[in-house]
Design a protein. Structure first.
Length: 350
């Protein structure tokens, strides 16, 4: 149920935050009907429900999360994941993030609901519908795109949200983010110090904001050293990653060092190199942007940046709780960690 928290209904809607009373008046229904419509309860016709949801969306109205929790009990967080953002190739990372976030939220009786959709358009529509129906108190936005349409929808409707991505892509919404630029600069400097001047990166989809950040930093670092850099964005699946690595290693001027977005793609790169008659690290060095047991157990073991998914999940969970408690949020940065140097990297040999 929705709880009315404002005692200033005699003010004009433009002079203050809209209330449930304003929505009821504009829709021509009672407060009870608005409550029933927003909570998806029976007793309201489809036409009336649609009118109420439309008016609420136009007003940018939302219930007070703390007041709502007193009436309805536990609170909840919604997270819509776009399959096209390459989820299939990093399922372990997504699970690690969700588990860490839920570990923070569960002691406060806050549930985290995850839904995977087919593309960005479905993600936008799901986010809009969830908020119109007031299913969740806070939204978590991950896998942020350049000019992400979800963020525009959430900003316009003044939805309480936490963006897991760089502030530049969040456009004013509070963020929890990983210093991708710092991490990839560290990788580039390391490989250049080993003598490599032909570098390539195999990343997730080009539309992801972090993809542009990562590739841009590597390109600049290599350019300043007088080397060459090739970027191969993929759909994020292991099959696409393997195909991209194969194209690079069989080209007329193959790279001497490869940087892969994730642990599984890096392991795939080792296999592709072997099948191409190349030895790692003598013919090509391999670096993974996210460490795991797969990297440590591979032959050779893979040089990698530390995984930050658990840290991001915990930070996102803490940000959600701060938002639910009515506190002030500041952007939280997870710094780039040190490279774990292993057998997959070595000095340039050719």
């Amino acid at each position: 149920m929705i709880v009315v928290t404002s005692a200033h209904d005699n003010q004009s809607p433009s002079a203050r935050r809209p209330t449930i009373t304003d929505v009821a008046r504009a829709a021509g229904v009672s407060i009870a009907v608005v409550s029933y419509a927003l909570n998806g309860r029976p007793g309201v016709s489809a036409a009336t429900r649609e009118r109420v949801l439309r008016v609420a969306d136009e007003f940018g109205w939302r219930p007070n999360a703390a007041a709502r929790s007193m009436r309805s009990g536990s609170r909840s967080v919604g997270m819509v994941v776009d399959r096209a953002a390459g989820v299939a190739g990093r399922a372990n990372g997504v699970l690690e993030f969700v588990t860490a976030a839920q570990d923070v939220l569960a002691p406060r009786d806050v549930a985290l609901a995850l839904q995977i959709v087919g593309d960005a358009e479905q993600a936008v529509e799901t986010s809009r519908r969830w908020w119109a129906e007031r299913r969740f108190d806070v939204m978590l936005v991950t896998d942020v795109l350049d000019m992400d349409p979800r963020i525009e929808v959430l900003r316009r409707a003044r939805v309480p949200a936490v963006v897991v991505g760089a502030p530049a892509a969040a456009r004013g919404l509070p963020t929890v983010w990983y210093d991708d630029a710092g991490a990839y600069r560290r990788v580039g400097d390391y490989l250049l110090a080993l003598g490599h001047r032909r570098l390539a990166a195999v990343t997730g989809p080009a539309a992801l904001h972090r993809t542009g950040q990562r590739a841009g930093v590597l390109a600049e670092v290599v350019r300043q050293a007088g080397g060459t850099f090739v970027h191969e964005p993929t759909a994020g699946t292991l099959e696409d990653g393997a195909a991209a690595v194969r194209r690079l290693l069989t080209s007329t001027t193959p790279p001497t060092a490869l940087v892969l977005d994730g642990d599984e793609t890096a392991i795939t790169a080792l296999d592709v190199a072997r099948r191409s008659g190349l030895e790692v690290p003598w013919d090509v060095s391999v670096v993974a942007a996210s460490d795991s047991s797969l990297c440590r157990l591979a032959t050779p073991s893979v040089t990698a940046l530390p995984s930050v998914q658990a840290a991001l999940g915990r930070a996102a969970g803490e940000a959600v709780l701060t938002l639910l408690d009515g506190g002030e949020l500041t952007d939280t940065t997870i710094p780039a960690g040190s490279l774990a140097v292993r057998g997959s990297t070595g000095p340039r040999a050719r």
